[in-house]
Design a protein around this ligand. Sequence first.
Ligand code: ZN
Length: 483
Amino acid sequence: MATTTRPSDAVSTEAWAAAHGRLIESLQSLIRIPSINPPEPPGAELEAARWLGQALVEAGIPAEVHELVPGRGSVTARLRGDGTGGAPLLLMSHLDVVPAPPEGWTHDPFGAEIADGWLYGRGAVDMKDLLAMQLEVMRLLAGEARAAGRDPASDPVPGLRRDVLFASVADEEAGGLNGAALLALERPDTLRAAAAINEAGGVAVDIGARRLYPIQVAEKGITVFRLTFRGIWGHGSMPRSENANVLAAEAVTKLSAAWPARLTDVTKAMLDRTIAALDGSDDLPPEALRLLRAAASGDARASAAALAGVCLPVYTRVLDAMLRDTLSPNILHGGVKFNIVPGMASLEVDVRRLPGTTEEDMEARIRERLGPELSGVTDIEALISSEPLVHPYEDPDGLFPILEAAIRDHDPAGIPVPAMAPFGTDAKHLLDLGVPTYGFSPLRQPPGETYIERWHGIDERVSVEGLRWGLPVLYDAVRRFCA
Ligand SMILES: [Zn+2]
């Protein structure tokens, strides 16, 4: 493979060491602000936004803190290019985190302690790590403007033809209505861009002797349905089959069985490119490669088996969710008193839809599974819904090939591939602004680390060396797209 010039090579070793030091300090400061969502106590998101605003201003970059809802803060900033390269690149993040009850943690979830090379705390991988990396890239670029005798507040950064936007928003963990959605509505100028780099992709997954880097180009859609079961009220001393709890239990059992698999274009591309990279090498046992081929031809059982053979078990669950529409029965309510047969029960199900599956399709399939009798006493309403997203990954002039190249340049054994997240992010709120959004949070951690299980989990942590590797990768992607 021809070696390309990496923009990061123009930055001195000492400057990278200093940047890494600042990155770790920023990440620690951010984790120590408990910007929990739902906000308890309120105001910490705003504090995090103000902290970021201050950090940007100290680097010479004008920043705006937006309090679009009282107590909920978001922050935006802009570095200038010379304007000849088209629309900006957006560095997108959220500054809220999910709650972290300390039970089970070996370190204070908001202490940001470093132990054995790991930085612990809520937000370490979701997603204050990428937020701190994006902040550091902004600082580096501003520093390069100053070194060239320019004012980063108003002058173009040397070598940038596009502007670089920075937006870190509140409320992603609760759907983003008080954050990205509101900002897109009220201040679209802070978000409108040719492309965005956001959370949840670009993290190394060991595959045989190689490393897979799934870059998020798509997201499944979500619909939360509430099913209400109409039973018959009665005296608890005389049980009856029309007990609404019995109906709900029957529904849970019927709906929990696996849904049929369907290979989407993105997942096929992910598998095909993985196979192409490994074919003819000794990096993966032949049996695993054979299973991957079967998976790429649409055999869902082979996919799970293939991944189980080459990856940590958690990734089989991820791949399984990429291969099918899913339904998880997550909230169940029924009954009012121990001696009353309930005539009413309700069940909320979390449905994640592949691109091409509509809300109506899923409601029809749910009714089909319930069967005519149970369906006849069940009301179904959609409470929350958002559509699946697929962003372009084949456009040679788009952001995706630049992300791929940045990975390969820093890990020659890496295999960057397009991937679909089974969950949603703030990317959906950028859709109306026409911003294709890529999950790219470059990170290479020690083998065996179950990154995906740290999300919202106990002992959330990130590798300090992993961040040292990732920062120049992100920097190169930003510089190249804006060059
Ligand atoms: Zn997140």
